[in-house]
Design a protein around this ligand. Structure first.
Ligand code: HEM
Length: 397
């Protein structure tokens, strides 16, 4: 369908992409959108106009344009999750993923030293111990498991709690509450809201403990720099927790399915980067709004209109990745935008790479005869309109 929009060109107009995805994620329509070479116009369920961006080059142009904002308080901002019931956290002070430069710079600068390759490498032994402990428990419990509940969800949560300096005795509490927060089908909205409040209370207590006692952790170091205000600290920590939990869990789970299907790549470290590109779990995360009139891919976008760069579409763009639907770790997957692009590019990406490498290596080393316990087309795909993953991953060995 085309429609005259008064923008000078007639863009393709499509339904908002909220459909049950398959594996890998990008629905076939994304390729059609890319072939149009321009942007695609859509409407959110609340009626707001949004521009969908699917070509790799155009996604990068959007994510580096200073006239395009990340601020969800802007009236034109496409709050995609909210329109389908995902609670918003972006009202919390310190939620810097929703800030623009120069406000955003202060947070980014304070946090970058915490996520360098060097610092993350130093965490590797702790990550290995965490992964081993989950596998010990799984192996002790029998010869079947739900890999999402028993492996992929606890690992990132336990790693983040170590990073934040959550005392070991509290990590089970921390993990159980974060799990409720992200399991939208298994728990009611009320339960999830209560879990969010419990975590916020816990984080505030943790900040008080670190103020008084200190420790070798992000919270203590951030407090020492003074770069982040007392009223912003809990928002920053909550963002780290939320941004790094389900994204990582979903990516590990989908990667296991793909590796079981392509066992020749098990044990090859290059699978990590290709898994990130191939699955692009955060397809609808880098949302934006134009704050001035701008032109992207020849399309005039008016100030106040929403822009949705679809990173899964960009990561399957044939101009950059030959045979994009093939899972091929021997290709150079670098250059993918699974972590976004520009000033908001994922802060946790070095950490994720180590977590994924350790998770795959240990899992297949310790359980070499791992297999799916359901047919692949019977897998319960999780899609809340923002992130893509699996509700469960039943396995057997
Ligand atoms: C930002 C994806 C894991 C912390 C982002 C963005 C994406 C993303 C697409 C950009 C958002 C935007 O443009 O608005 C992912 C994926 C992950 C992952 C796919 C796992 C596979 C993590 C982890 C952490 C983390 C483990 C931290 C422990 C953050 C933070 C931001 C961010 C703090 C905001 C950065 C800023 O605004 O400057 N992530 N992420 N992420 N991510 Fe990740």
């Amino acid at each position: 369908t085309t429609d005259s929009t008064g923008h000078g060109t007639d863009p393709l107009v499509v339904d908002f992409p909220l459909r049950a995805p398959g594996i890998p994620f990008p629905p076939p329509e994304y390729a059609d959108y890319r072939d149009k070479k321009g942007l695609v116009l859509s409407h959110l369920p609340d009626g707001k106009r949004v521009w969908l961006v699917t070509r790799h080059e155009d996604v990068r142009a959007v994510l580096t344009n200073p006239a395009i904002s990340s601020n969800p308080q802007h009236p034109g901002f496409p709050n995609v999750g909210e329109t389908i019931g995902v609670p918003r956290q972006d009202q919390i002070p310190g939620w810097f993923v929703g800030m623009d430069s120069p406000e955003h710079d202060r947070f980014r600068k304070a946090l970058i030293p915490e996520f360098t390759v060097r610092r993350v490498r130093a965490m590797k032994p702790a990550i290995e111990r965490t992964v081993d402990a989950q596998l010990d428990a799984m192996l002790a419990a029998g010869n079947t498991a739900d890999l999402v509940a028993d492996f992929t969800l606890p690992i990132p949560s336990l790693v983040i709690s170590a990073l934040l300096g959550v005392p070991p005795a509290d990590r089970e509490f921390f993990e159980s509450r974060t799990r409720v927060l992200v399991s939208f089908r298994a728990y009611s909205d009320e339960d999830r809201l209560a879990a969010g409040k419990d975590l916020m209370r816990y984080i505030n207590r943790l900040i008080e403990i670190k103020k008084n006692w200190g420790g070798d952790d992000i919270v203590t170091r951030l407090l020492a720099t003074g770069a982040i205000g007392a009223h912003e600290m809990s928002g920053v920590l909550m963002l780290l927790l939320i941004a790094g939990h389900e994204t990582t869990a979903n990516n590990i789970a989908l990667g296991v399915v793909t590796l079981l299907k392509n066992p020749q790549w098990i044990g090859d470290e290059r699978a990590v980067e290709e898994t990130l590109r191939f699955h692009s779990v955060a397809d609808l995360v880098s949302l934006r709004v134009a704050v001035e009139d701008v032109e992207i891919a020849g399309q005039h976008i008016k100030a106040g209109e929403g822009i949705v760069p679809l990173v899964a579409a960009a990561n399957h763009d044939e101009e950059l990745f030959a045979c994009p639907h093939a899972f091929d770790p021997s290709r150079s997957a670098r250059g993918h935008v699974a972590f976004g692009y520009g000033v908001h590019q994922c802060l946790g990406q070095n950490l994720v790479r180590v977590e994924m490498e350790v998770a795959y290596r240990k899992l297949f080393e310790r359980i070499p005869n791992l297999r799916l316990d359901v047919p692949e087309d019977g897998l319960n795909i999780k899609y809340d309109g923002v992130l893509y993953g699996l509700h469960e991953l039943p396995v057997r060995w």
